[in-house]
Write a protein that binds this ligand. Structure first.
Ligand SMILES: NC(=O)c1ccc[n+]([C@@H]2O[C@H](COP(=O)([O-])OP(=O)(O)OC[C@H]3O[C@@H](n4cnc5c(N)ncnc54)[C@H](O)[C@@H]3O)[C@@H](O)[C@H]2O)c1
Length: 371
């Protein structure tokens, strides 16, 4: 089986979980593999993804084989697959741009980024030479310039993009058109984890509205101890994440809530939690006769494998779109896998549309096709 050739930008915790998973599912290939949404997409199993290029800026990762870099500090996610074969792919230095928040310098090495003193490579050339077909973007929240740099590299090297973070590319009209014009597909923006705070909050909000209950107020507070949460201590970097998370829940409500009645976002950094993310969700509503209904819940997950379980699908969908000659945002897969897609759907509809796309029945995405 021909492999899907993948480039990874940002070899952090999410990349670690993804690459561990690619190896792990090679050893656990049952018909219904636990933890996987689609065991096969276009015949590709999770283990049919092959990393051919990787970029980072941290001195403990740049220059290392990718198989080793995914376990280097400050990565702190759970290790469920210790042995990763070294395949000759090393982590190359990318341009830093706005990839690192200043306050990272004040935190211990073991918990924060440290920039390598190395000249960046020519990313477009590296992509072309590696034969990469899909790039997954795992840059830190707030890296507007860096994400735009890598999006442009995708356009030039004709590599499909899976944008897992909340800089708006697939959902931005200007960028979406650039991808259409270049004949390159994109799935984005900001990955919606398997059973993460966003999907749970969306589904519970729908439950209220579908059962005729009015939602008066809601919050979602999140804490974690990985570098994603440390990075987001800087409020100015956080803006797009809050927009993405809030918009994702608002899109599911019959009547969107006023800004004073909805509060959603990453809330604090608690170092010892490491990659354990804890979400506290409260929904205040009214049922029959205006009777009050208050729901409170706590969700505890390992943040990075939770997202990798979705990215492993998105990569294969992007490769399929590329193989079919599609260009621009894939609306179906973006709405299923991402918090901020170009078009929001109810999650069960997004799932159906994605399955139709995989089976080649979805005409909606074919509209993007350019010849
Ligand atoms: N469940 C999840 O974990 C989840 C869900 C949705 C979105 N995301 C988003 O995915 C992104 C990645 O998350 P993560 O937990 O892996 O973050 P992380 O902090 O572990 O990794 C980020 C990596 O990017 C590298 N980097 C920084 N600037 C760079 C540059 N200019 N070029 C190349 N590499 C650079 C860092 O050195 C680090 O290795 C974040 O934006 C996060 O918000 C994660």
């Amino acid at each position: 089986m021909k492999k899907v050739k993948l480039a990874v930008v940002g070899v952090g915790n999410c990349a670690s979980s993804l690459i561990q998973g690619i190896e792990y599912y090679g050893h656990h290939h049952n018909e219904h593999s636990d933890g996987i949404m689609h065991t096969q997409i276009n015949g590709w199993r999770p283990q049919d993804i092959k990393v051919v290029a990787a970029f980072d800026i941290d001195r403990r990762k740049v220059g290392l084989p990718i198989a080793k870099a995914i376990f280097a500090e400050p990565n702190c996610t759970t290790v469920f697959q210790k042995l990763i074969p070294v395949n000759g792919v090393g982590v190359k230095m990318g341009p830093l741009l706005d990839g690192m928040a200043d306050h990272m310098k004040e935190y211990p090495e073991s918990r924060a980024f440290r920039v390598a003193d190395v000249k960046p490579v020519n990313v477009v050339e590296e992509l072309k030479n590696s034969g990469a077909e899909v790039m997954v973007c795992y840059l830190p929240v707030g890296s507007q310039k860096a994400v735009e740099f890598y999006a442009n590299a995708c356009l030039q090297a004709k590599v499909a993009m899976v944008n897992c973070m909340p800089v708006f590319i697939a959902s931005d009209k200007k960028w979406a058109n650039k991808f259409k014009e270049a004949g390159v597909p994109i799935i984005g923006d900001d990955i919606k984890s398997q059973i993460g705070a966003t999907i749970v909050h969306r589904v519970l909000s729908r439950l209220f509205n579908d059962r005729g209950c009015k939602i008066l107020r809601t919050y979602q507070l999140n804490t974690g101890g990985n570098t994603d949460f440390l990075n987001m201590l800087e409020k100015s970097r956080l803006k797009s994440k809050k927009i993405s998370k809030t918009g994702s829940v608002q899109s599911q409500l019959d009547v969107p809530l006023g800004a004073d009645n909805i509060h959603i976002g990453p809330s604090d950094y608690v170092s010892w939690q490491k990659d354990n993310k804890v979400a506290f969700i409260r929904i205040e509503g009214e049922g029959f006769g205006g009777a009050p209904i208050n729901l409170e819940m706590r969700l505890s997950v390992q943040d990075s494998p939770n997202s990798a379980g979705v990215v492993i699908d998105a990569i294969r969908c992007a490769a399929l779109a590329r193989e079919r000659g599609l260009a621009g945002p894939l609306n179906s897969a973006s709405s299923y896998y991402m918090k901020t897609p170009p078009v929001q759907h109810r999650d069960h509809i997004a799932r159906e549309l994605t399955n139709e796309f995989i089976m080649g029945k979805n005409i909606e995405v074919n509209k993007n096709k350019i010849n």
